[in-house]
Design a protein around this ligand. Structure first.
Ligand SMILES: Cc1ncc(COP(=O)(O)OP(=O)(O)O)c(N)n1
Ligand SMILES: Cc1nc(C(=O)O)sc1CCOP(=O)(O)O
Length: 345
């Protein structure tokens, strides 16, 4: 902030003007990675100059007073520097607490009363993840859509019409540009229905279409890196088959885990089957809400819901919804089965 000119400091000799130029322009400077020089620096510098000037009589200041001015200015500077460093320490603590998870909410432990200042946290609209949304999780499949002559958009519309509570676009074969265009249309559809939309694997696509979040597997981008990119307001799900994976997903700041394959499936090649007992084991250990996946359909969904585990929030389904003639009808039917089972448990 260069605010120095001949007219500002008319009575100071040239050599001292140089000092003042240094002091005043230095107030916004940084030394290395250290703090910005606080305005008190300017006061100290100016007072020091005054005191020197006083000694020589240029400003009419007295020698004893100028020493006192210098000491009190140094104290002011030290106090101000302390406050600056303390503020940065607290900011840094808040920043590093952003991914600490307590309970199932998106907030870190220090982030209850105010927003973090980092631009990273302006990327998403801050919204709370509701684990209840995992109740009937519709996961699309490009092959099935092609087989039945549906666009992704129509498949998503039909699933929402039938009562899906969350949707994931899992388009393994789609070209990026085509996928992004479809994803943008689906974001609009889901937003207007209040149904969260997640993107499978593709953090880039999720960011570009402003989806509600992503679902990542064990060989995809780690959840903590996805969280860094997406910010705290987005939903992140992680596929987990083991207790260690579930623990890591929690540490990484995920919102939920997808656990399977509960039953054998033809939708995902070479997918190990955990069975109902495998699902139970992971649910009991998981600190995050769980959605079951793999071979789930209208005929076996009740056996999953009947586990009655508090953090098992629902089922994720591909072929039982999308490898059918009428997606809306299949979704409606499965939703009513789930609701009946849930009300009994
Ligand atoms: C809800 C849910 N759970 C698990 C998966 C599987 O994800 P991933 O391990 O990344 O495998 P692909 O889906 O990429 O084949 C999922 N998609 N959704
Ligand atoms: C995508 C996916 N992930 C699985 C896992 O076990 O992580 S099973 C699966 C496919 C689920 O499809 P369907 O409902 O048709 O069986």
């Amino acid at each position: 902030m260069p605010i120095v000119g001949g007219s500002c400091l008319p009575r100071i000799r040239f050599r001292r003007r140089l000092v003042v130029v240094f002091v005043l322009t230095g107030q916004d400077a940084c030394f290395g990675a250290g703090p910005t020089i606080p305005p008190a620096y300017v006061v100290v510098g100016f007072s020091a100059l005054m005191s020197i000037g006083g000694r020589r009589g240029d400003y009419g200041g007295s020698v004893p007073n100028s020493f006192g001015t210098l000491i009190s200015s140094l104290a002011l500077y030290a106090g101000s520097l302390f406050i600056t460093v303390a503020k940065q320490f607290v900011e840094s603590a808040l920043y590093h607490s952003k991914d600490l998870v307590i309970g199932n909410g998106p907030q870190g432990p220090f982030d209850h009363l105010f927003e973090l200042k980092s631009p990273l946290y302006k990327t998403g609209s801050l919204q709370k993840f509701n684990p209840g949304d995992l109740f009937l999780y519709a996961v699309t499949d490009s092959g099935m859509n092609k087989k039945w002559g549906r666009s992704i958009k129509d498949a998503v519309k039909a699933a929402i019409e039938g009562g899906a509570t969350i949707v994931q676009l899992r388009e393994k074969d789609a070209e990026t540009r085509e996928f992004l265009e479809a994803a943008k249309a689906c974001v609009e559809i889901c937003k207007s229905s209040g149904v969260p939309l997640l993107i499978n694997d593709r953090i880039d696509v999720a960011l570009a279409c402003n989806a509600d979040g992503v679902h990542v597997g064990q060989s995809d981008m780690p959840a903590w890196e996805a969280r860094e990119l997406l910010g705290p307001g987005k939903i992140i799900g992680v596929s987990c088959k083991t207790l260690a994976q579930a623990e890591q997903a929690w540490k990484d700041g995920a919102n939920y885990i997808g656990c399977g394959g509960v039953f054998p499936t033809r939708t995902k090649a070479a997918n190990p089957t955990l069975g109902i007992e495998g699902l139970r084991t992971v649910c009991l250990a998981s600190k995050l809400p769980v959605v079951a996946i793999g071979g789930i359909n209208a005929g076996n969904a009740v056996s999953v819901m009947e586990l009655g585990l508090p953090n098992l929030k629902g089922v994720a389904v591909v072929s039982a919804l999308f490898d059918r003639e009428c997606v809306a009808t299949e979704t409606r039917n499965l939703r009513s089965i789930l609701e009946n089972a849930h009300s009994r448990s």
